[in-house]
Design a protein around this ligand. Structure first.
Ligand code: TYD
Ligand code: MG
Length: 444
């Protein structure tokens, strides 16, 4: 390969420099320079072009999906992996990315290459022993040089390649260290080109840094075909896989797993993870058919209030934005006469789930009310609805799907706006809801 030189290109104004600057000398943007492989000057020869092909003459073959061994992940990826498809698996360190891809690699019955950039082959063997049987089609290559990895892919022509991780790969054509934005991007794009040429599916692991996506793998979003994110609480064994981008199907799909001593196990009925029948009938809990991504899930919201010992009462919210809790407490005060000025309020979404669904507002209000007054929500009741600042309730998106989810859990009365009498109670304001459920007369 001809020796190439690298330069630093500003991502804002495209200006090129021979060395790195914190601030672009041309447009004054901060941290915008990224090391990039440059074409040596004076070598601008005419590029050779491929012969044109008429689109109608191009033969299509049926898509050859490779199953991942997890029906839930196949559903997420609209069938599994395709030859030439490049997927980025992003997530926090320690969340289980290597384990998941090793399990997938072990379940494929096709030649698979595991590029070990972070761990030794012995460590990977040790992990593989924990998660199941090891097929003879699975090989390991400890290698950090992306060009050597590509040479191996071209020689052995595997059907599936795992890169663990993209942050450990580098090319000697760039000066930056492995893990720098320039290296990560260049390595990912070289691997992508190789995947398409050889027809191998590649899954790249990318660690997300706690501070966000600065030097993170998210700079690769436009290079790869598919981006999936592995999320979860490290302490809990719940793991959630979410599709952020998918060139061959829909996004925002999710799959749930529990992670135990022998790796990932599909959670066949994830709602079971987010509430238990034991807490029904106790003050301080309310159920809601919430949306997680596009998926309706029955979730338990818990709230606890206790007299504060501080001059400012505490508001702690796990799984929902604390700001939202503040707003709902103000609405409860004004429209439900729930005075929490000297009470600490703790709110928790059971199971460690994070929700961005305004449809859970009403359930949060009811859990807080129930906890504060010491009065339980009757059995068989769940809540749904967004709460407005005037105490009015708004129907949430995908109401029909949520009603269906509630039915699965023997909810006989769903309470919220636009709920038919067949399914429960149609209430239009917070006061309405309190009156119906707790026979509370808020005014007069
Ligand atoms: P790992 O896959 O190494 O995470 P990542 O590649 O995302 O950094 O998994 C890390 C944790 O998972 C580790 O602390 C041990 C735990 N673990 C299990 O709980 N069960 C298992 O079967 C395995 C292999 C690991
Ligand atoms: Mg790992």
């Amino acid at each position: 390969m001809a020796k190439t030189s690298s330069s630093y290109v500003c991502q804002q104004c495209q200006a090129k420099f021979a060395s790195w600057f914190g601030k672009c000398p041309s447009c004054d943007s901060w941290n915008s320079l990224v090391e990039t492989v440059g074409v040596p000057s004076g070598s601008k020869r005419r590029a050779e072009t491929q012969p044109l092909q008429r689109l109608v003459d191009i033969k299509t073959v049926g898509k050859k999906w490779m199953s991942t061994g997890f029906p839930d992940i196949d559903r997420l990826l609209s069938g599994g992996f395709l030859p030439g498809m490049v997927m980025l698996l992003a997530g926090n360190p320690g969340i289980g990315k290597s384990t998941l891809l090793l399990q997938i690699a072990a379940s494929l019955k096709q030649p698979t290459l595991y590029i070990a950039g972070e761990e030794s082959p012995e460590q990977i063997r040790y992990r593989a022993d924990r998660v199941g049987s090891i097929p003879p089609t699975l090989s390991v290559l400890p290698e950090l040089n992306v060009d050597a990895v590509i040479a191996a892919i071209e020689t052995h022509k595997p059907a599936f390649v795992v890169i663990d991780s993209i942050q450990t790969m580098s090319t000697s054509d760039l000066l930056g260290a492995a893990g720098s934005i320039g290296q990560v991007r260049e390595c990912a794009s070289r691997l992508t080109i190789a995947a398409k040429r050889v027809g191998a599916a590649i899954a790249m692991i990318g660690h997300v840094t706690k501070t966000g996506a600065v030097a993170g793998p998210m700079t690769l979003e436009h290079i790869v075909d598919t981006v999936v994110m592995l999320e979860g609480e490290e302490r809990l064994n719940l793991r959630i896989l979410r599709v952020l981008k998918h060139r061959f199907g829909t996004t925002d799909e999710t799959a749930f797993f529990s992670m135990n001593e022998s790796g990932f196990v599909s959670a066949s009925d994830p709602s079971r993870l987010f509430f238990s029948e034991e807490t029904v009938g106790r003050p301080g809990m309310a159920l809601v058919p919430a949306l997680h991504g596009r998926r309706p899930l029955m979730v338990e919201i818990q709230a606890l209030t206790a007299p504060t010992v501080l001059s400012y009462p505490r508001r702690v919210s796990v799984g929902l934005e604390t700001e939202r809790l503040h707003v709902l407490l103000a609405v409860l005060l004004r429209h439900g006469r729930v005075e929490l000025g000297t009470e600490d309020v703790f709110m928790n979404v059971v199971g460690g789930l994070s929700l961005q669904d305004p449809g859970v507002d009403l359930a949060v209000c009811m859990a807080v009310y129930s906890g504060f007054r010491g009065r339980a929500v009757p059995g068989g009741v769940a809540f749904i609805g967004e709460v407005g600042l005037l105490g009015e309730l708004r129907p949430p998106s995908r109401l029909a799907d949520r009603v269906k989810e509630a039915k699965r859990f023997e909810i006989s009365r769903l309470v919220g706006p636009n709920i038919s009498t067949r399914d429960g109670w149609d209430v239009r304001t917070l006061e309405d809801c309190l009156r119906h459920v707790f026979e509370e007369r808020v005014h007069g």
